[in-house]
Design a protein around this ligand. Structure first.
Ligand SMILES: Nc1nc2c([nH]c(=O)n2[C@H]2C[C@H](O)[C@@H](COP(=O)(O)OP(=O)(O)OP(=O)(O)O)O2)c(=O)[nH]1
Length: 136
């Protein structure tokens, strides 16, 4: 959390074979059953990328290598505000085992718009689609 009370959350856009990994929050989590890019809250004495690597290993059992930070999104949920910080990541090995999430999909860019996203993720999806267009 920073001085304004905003909660810092990092999330990973893990890419493999032209698809990106998306996860569905479980019924027990806040924002239940909505889709997100996996990640979590940054602890006080941890870098963003170290946090992301740790969270993805803990939640999904895979290794990742973050390589590009995207534009952070500040979003107000009832009672709290988060700053969602996305990173493009390479998949670094391991077999996905879900420890917290309900489900996961490897999604092609054209299908990203069909998911029911956490509201904070909508600008991230838009930026990612734009970035892919510029890569062509
Ligand atoms: N990991 C992740 N969280 C997101 C995304 N979009 C989004 O709005 N969030 C929200 C959901 C949660 O409110 C918060 C992340 O918190 P978390 O998953 O680490 O923990 P939590 O709130 O479920 O659980 P708690 O520790 O507060 O009880 O950020 C996203 O793409 N990835």
């Amino acid at each position: 959390m920073d001085a304004t009370g905003t909660i810092k959350v990092v999330c990973a856009l893990v890419e493999q074979f032209g698809r990106v990994l998306v996860t569905q929050r479980s019924e027990h989590m806040r924002e239940a059953l909505l889709w997100e890019f996996p990640g979590g809250k940054v602890e006080a004495c941890e870098t963003e990328t170290a946090c992301l690597v740790r969270e993805i290993r803990e939640e999904l059992n895979i290794a990742i290598a973050p390589y590009q930070r995207l534009k952070p999104v500040v979003h107000g949920y009832p009672g709290r505000t988060i700053e969602l910080i996305p990173y493009l990541c390479h998949y670094g090995g391991g077999v996905i085992r879900l420890h917290e999430h309900r489900s996961y999909h490897w999604v092609s860019p054209a299908d990203l718009a069909n998911y029911t996203w956490c509201p904070a993720d909508l600008p991230v999806v838009q930026e990612y689609l734009q970035l892919l267009k510029n890569r062509e």
